[in-house]
Design a protein around this ligand. Sequence first.
Ligand SMILES: O=P(O)(O)OC[C@H]1O[C@@H](O)[C@H](O)[C@@H](O)[C@@H]1O
Length: 295
Amino acid sequence: MTSSISQITRGELSCWQIYHRGQTLVIAEQGAQVLEYRHDGEPPLIWLSPEAAYQRGQSVRGGVPVCWPWFGGLGFNPDAVASRYILADPPAHGLVRGLPWTLVEQVQSSQQCVLRFRPDPDHLPDEAPGVTPTLIVCLDQHLTLTLVNHNHSESEVALSQALHSYFAVSDSRRITLQGLDGHPYVDALDQWHSHLQQGPLTLQGETDRLYLKLGNQLHIDDPGWQRRITLSVSGSQSAVVWNPWVEKSQRLSQFPDDAWQQMICIETARVLDDMLVLAPGQHHEMAVRFMTTPL
Ligand SMILES: O=P(O)(O)OC[C@H]1O[C@@H](O)[C@H](O)[C@@H](O)[C@@H]1O
């Protein structure tokens, strides 16, 4: 069997399970959230919490939640993004990760399997900007995720977004992140001050940084599993690097206390000065391709 696609359920969530050329991918219709991704015979590439709760209206811990039309806490976004929303209690990471999305197109061949999802317009809150997001999930020899935005309104729209990818690693204390050297970052754990990355990043404690002015490749070098994960990116120059470490892990939902050792988030993004500003009629694509090679 080279390729198959089937509908499955996980708890309350309806999902697609795709097997294609030695790769298994599971995507929930809710949030168009990739939940699992692995190559046969390898450890998973994407981390999914062993305590994942598959509940309607709640993002699943792990996988690749889509953060849109703002990333993180609304108040930490540039005014151009935050000022359009008047919400008493704006949810972290935007409006769509717990919403139903619709599978609008499915194309399958021996070479690739492509699924396109859009948030169900009936569920989008009134506050959502006049921009339609589409997530294109393409599985060929690797997995590529593309977040497309089309501004169909008559005014300029500013937004921030992220493909909040949780990667599986053998031990987060032993990995090295390459591709950040010489790039500026804002440290959410140091009062949002700016710094410059010097050398590769190895994690020493809780990490929550927004890197800017990046090139188009980042790598996670994992000596324990003897593998390099490469993220090849287009349409984005920012990425968020996050690991909750010991104490924050104890406060997170759907997250075992020691799970910080098995994951690292590198979130392909458009954040802070790299926010997306779309003129009326404008279309934009942000894409990330995940590849593994032996280290
Ligand atoms: O618990 P949530 O809302 O999924 O967020 C998880 C983390 O997501 C990261 O992207 C943020 O940088 C962190 O600050 C945050 O804690």
